[in-house]
Design a protein around this ligand. Structure first.
Ligand code: GAR
Length: 324
């Protein structure tokens, strides 16, 4: 249950427990303060019940929220709780999320000024697709999310000049960012560029470099990867593209598949989100297997991306196997 909540909030385990403490302290303080005010106002059994109810509702609606923000601020969680409050106020119709556009944290969901499908209170999550190769998965994701009301592919990040994915980006008028090793691994991991484009979610679609810790830390539970095998088998350093299929065939496996998973500090070890399998027939070559895997990827990855970005709990952080 805790894990589900953590995934829904998109926070690290440490942050999750701090948030929990903030909620706990807020509840206790609000209850104590309500008791104190009740006695300070001299309210007792003889007081008209409406006044007591009004006081409690007032404390819950205003006091609780103010105390929540105060504890949140004191425990370094202002950004999380401010966003939480804004959402609440937005639901109550008191605050328009449009006025929160200048929130520039990487996790923020922002309004797009020019989205055609925009409704007055809609929020847009900008995603970046990292890819190193042909980009067939990127292309499917872009097509799937075209004109989506709340998700936009806003950036293609690539480490290989001339890679096919750059042409796909150009054809779809999506800006690209060509990255180089030194700055990615030993510099700022291109975080300023991601932040300036308000990227809130990262999808690795055939990206073959390891993700630096700085990027993982900046996007907790907001980076997902697709791997062309059934992890935890055939994962790790050096296991990408055709190398994976060659190893699977050489081992005489009867089935292979795809794994979509969260990205953590270790290669291919983040929590699984989704798996789908395909049979390996006698005589299948690594190339034939690669084709089958691509079919699976194209069928499932775009929808899984959409569902994870939308934080649909039915899929987030739960291993799911689809037999194809
Ligand atoms: C995909 O099969 C993907 O699973 C794999 O690279 C291919 C990229 O194809 N990723 C890895 O091996 C990551 N370890 P694409 O460029 O046509 O989308």
């Amino acid at each position: 249950m805790f894990k589900r909540l953590q995934d829904k909030w998109g926070v690290s385990t440490r942050q999750f427990w701090i948030l929990f403490i903030v909620f706990g302290l807020t509840g206790t303080t609000t209850a104590a303060l309500t008791r104190y005010i009740t006695s300070w106002l001299g309210m007792d059994e003889s007081t008209f019940w409406v006044w007591k109810v009004l006081l409690r509702v007032g404390m819950l609606v205003f006091g609780y929220q103010a105390i929540l923000l105060t504890y949140g601020f004191l425990l370094g969680q202002w950004a999380f709780f401010w966003k939480y409050e804004k959402k609440l106020l937005n639901k109550l119709g008191v605050w328009s999320l449009e006025s929160g556009v200048n929130d520039s944290t990487p996790n923020s969901k922002l309004q797009t000024p020019n989205s055609k499908l925009q409704t007055p209170n809609s929020q847009l999550t900008h995603i970046a697709i990292f890819a190193s190769g042909a980009g067939s998965n990127a292309e499917k994701i872009i097509a799937h999310l075209k004109n989506h009301s709340s998700i936009k592919v806003s950036l293609i990040v690539c480490n290989k000049p001339g890679a096919g994915v750059l042409g796909i980006a150009a054809a779809n008028q999506i800006p690209t960012l060509l990255i180089e090793k030194e700055r990615f691994f030993r510099g700022d991991a291109y975080l300023p560029e991601l932040r300036s484009r308000e990227i809130g979610f990262v999808v690795l679609a055939g990206f073959l470099w390891k993700v630096p810790d700085a990027l993982v830390a900046a996007y907790p539970n907001k980076i997902i990867n697709i791997h062309p095998a059934l992890l935890p088998k055939y994962g790790g350093k050096g296991m990408y593209g055709m190398h994976v299929h060659e190893a699977v065939i050489a081992a005489g496996e009867k089935e292979s598949g795809i794994t979509i998973h969260y990205v953590n500090e270790h290669f291919d070890e983040g929590a699984p989100i989704f798996q789908a399998t395909c049979p390996i027939e006698p005589g299948d070559t690594p190339e034939k297997l690669a084709e089958k895997i691509h079919v699976l990827e194209h069928r499932h990855f775009p929808e899984v991306v959409e569902r994870v970005v939308n934080r649909e709990s039915s899929i987030v952080s739960r291993e799911y196997k689809a037999q194809d």
